[in-house]
Design a protein around this ligand. Structure first.
Ligand SMILES: [Zn+2]
Length: 220
């Protein structure tokens, strides 16, 4: 789905975002390992080749955000950028914090984890830091948003006021709020991170599992 001519959303509920800067493509998150084909098909549908993907920015090391990174890197020879804390987990193919799910969620995790939560380890090319301006589409700002995971980062594009929030923000009743559920390592930190992001007053918020377009009043 096109957000602007240069910013696209791929996927539905497990979202990835594609940034087009001239002929260079940047992917924000990759979904699960099963999302590889849908991402590469989307790239081809826009008239690009997999090798046009130059880098993948990973918000955090959950399987549904970097699961396809190894396969997409193999197809594109792209770089992978993440925060140092998340890189340590991504390079081992593990989570960056202990998940203490309870009750039904715990049972569900136990069942689905071996089937879909596969995260092949992949080397990270570059560690990105809070406040850094990445040379993508006129400057993409890295914002440290710890809480859901300790090294979670978000990205803000001031030219279009688009925020890419990973799992720092989710939708509750159609409104953007902090992710503070049982998959979140530090809910208090997560709440502060979401406040920091919402203070940018973005027009579009592309999350891992929610999407807000205040230009068109679309929330899903
Ligand atoms: Zn997550």
């Amino acid at each position: 789905m096109q957000i602007t001519p240069f910013v696209h959303r791929i996927g539905n509920f497990v979202n990835q975002y594609l940034l087009i800067d001239n002929k260079e493509l940047t992917l924000i998150d990759t979904g699960m390992h099963v999302n590889k084909n849908s991402i590469l098909n989307y790239v081809k549908k826009l008239g690009f080749q997999p090798t046009d993907i130059k880098r993948i920015l990973i918000t955090h090391s959950d399987s549904d955000h970097y699961g396809a990174a190894k396969d997409i890197k193999a197809a594109s020879h792209c770089e992978i950028w993440s925060s140092r804390i998340e890189a340590e987990a991504i390079e081992k193919g593990v989570f960056s914090r202990k998940i203490t799910t309870k009750g039904v969620a715990k049972l569900l995790m136990a069942i689905i984890e071996p089937v879909i939560m596969v995260s092949p380890a992949v080397p990270v090319s570059r560690n990105i830091v809070d406040g850094e301006i990445l040379p993508i589409l006129g400057g993409l700002q890295v914002i440290a948003t710890p809480g859901h995971t300790p090294g979670h980062v978000s990205f803000y594009m001031p030219t279009e006021r688009i925020l890419f929030a990973g799992d720092a923000i989710k939708s509750v009743g159609g409104k953007p709020v902090a992710t503070t559920d049982s998959t979140t390592g530090d809910p208090i930190q997560a709440a502060a991170s979401a406040d920091k992001l919402l203070a940018f007053n973005p027009l579009v918020i592309g999350c891992g599992h929610a999407f807000f377009d205040f230009r068109k009043k679309i929330n899903d």
